[in-house]
Ligand binder design. Sequence first.
Ligand SMILES: [Zn+2]
Length: 262
Amino acid sequence: MEKEEILKKIDNAEMILVGLGEDFDENIRLQKSDVYKEGMKMLKEADCFHLIPAWKDFCALELQDLVTPALEKLKKMIEGKNYYVVATATNSKISKISWKQERIVMPCGNSSMKQCRNNCDKQIYAVSEEEQEVIRSCFRSMKRGETPSDLRTLLGKCSKCNAEMELNNIYAHQYNEEGYLPKWETYTKWLQGTLNHNLVVLELGVGLQFPSVIRWPFEKIVYFNKKAVMIRVHDTLYQLTEELSGKGYGISQNPIEWLTNL
Ligand SMILES: [Zn+2]
């Protein structure tokens, strides 16, 4: 019954705001793998946190892909709508979905761009196919239990200050936010246009890792928009705040499972 109600709300919405949180990084499933955990240790010991999203992508190849079909289902559900997707997850599967152009922003970055460790030139560069293969080959040796000696120089050095290059994401030493800020501007403009519109806010798997990016602002948006509905799906943090009571649904379920079974 609730499910039908929710699908109807989505169907009747003029605008849809989607938040994809850390559950889309598949941490719970990855944590079950010793290879994954050992590799995380190696990355931390080498002070190479920026490789974490790439390592997660690599290790997730061993798992059955439940994320892509769930996201495809989501995309299909919102396809004809005026929507925007914000993801704090760094999973590359999210950027591979063919969302409407310019309607996805990943403020925590991912593993597709690189930057100088010191961010000396404030630039970001695409990671070449060749560099991706270098990373994969290093990860394959980590999978065999070997600790690579060249983890810090996998992406080469900065041509200006000679520091190591790092993947452009929130785990970089000096995260260069230029990678997402232009899109973030488009997003905030879009948000301003949601006021007084029939808006469905679909918050999926957003915990407390970066609450100021999705969770808290989404609550505020629903609070101030009289026509907004919040649909919050999370294993444990599914409750709606008191201010939002009667303005939505808190569903206690894994969001990937929820999408799959919709
Ligand atoms: Zn530099």
